[in-house]
Design a protein around this ligand. Structure first.
Ligand SMILES: Cc1cc2nc3c(=O)[nH]c(=O)nc-3n(C[C@H](O)[C@H](O)[C@H](O)COP(=O)(O)O)c2cc1C
Length: 188
């Protein structure tokens, strides 16, 4: 079964996006086509990129990089659940991407953004697309941007989903599934 990593791209201890990422991971896990794992960049605790060599060679010296490399290498596809900070995507997400290179190559990724304001972080998604292309990730065209994130978290700290949001997130996962199937048929 293809391994899907849902990456929660905030490292803030009070991240509002974490319940959203947990909901996305639950949604993916409820489907039959993925073996889903939630990765929280806050818990991962990567430092700023500190490898002496360019990641494309894969000659890592630090244990944290080797562990991150093994994790990403074992994934078949991703969903990035990303906050918008000052009109862009989060620096920890860029850092986590920059640490590696080959490990990302040719893998589909779905993009789900959120923000306090009305854009839902859609500009952050457009901003990250060329970065993903540089490391060979294949972003789904469909994405989901959730505005007013702070009002979408319940008292139980769970994301307040709606049928519409569930359908939209499902459409992102559908596209990731289709991209995976296309990869497999190209290999076969
Ligand atoms: C550094 C920073 C910059 C932000 N910039 C924006 C912004 O440009 N537009 C917006 O709508 N919300 C902005 N926000 C609000 C965030 O979208 C909102 O706080 C969200 O919960 C942050 O995600 P997180 O809690 O998972 O880290 C910003 C928040 C932070 C901490």
């Amino acid at each position: 079964m293809p391994r899907l990593y849902v990456i929660s791209a905030s490292t803030r201890p009070t991240s509002t996006g974490r319940p959203l990422a947990a909901w996305v991971a639950e949604l993916a896990a409820s489907r039959t086509e993925f073996d889903t794992t939630l990765i929280d960049l806050g818990e991962l605790g990567l430092p700023f990129l500190d490898e002496p060599e360019h990641p494309s060679g894969g000659r890592y010296v630090h244990q944290h990089t080797k562990q991150w490399s093994a994790k990403v290498d074992s994934a078949d596809c991703f969903v990035f659940v990303m906050p918008m900070y000052n009109g862009g995507f989060s620096a920890p997400l860029k850092n986590a991407i920059d640490f590696l290179y080959q490990e990302w190559k040719d893998k589909p990724v779905g993009l789900i953004s959120y923000s306090a304001g009305t854009s839902g972080g859609a500009p952050a998604i457009e901003m990250i697309r060329p970065v993903l292309g540089r490391v060979g990730l294949r972003p789904a065209e469909k994405s989901l941007s959730i505005p007013g994130i702070e009002e979408r978290i319940g008292e139980d700290q769970r994301f307040l989903a709606t049928p519409e949001l569930t359908a939209q997130a499902g459409a992102v996962l559908d596209e990731v599934t289709e991209a995976l199937a296309a990869t497999e048929s190209a290999v076969a």
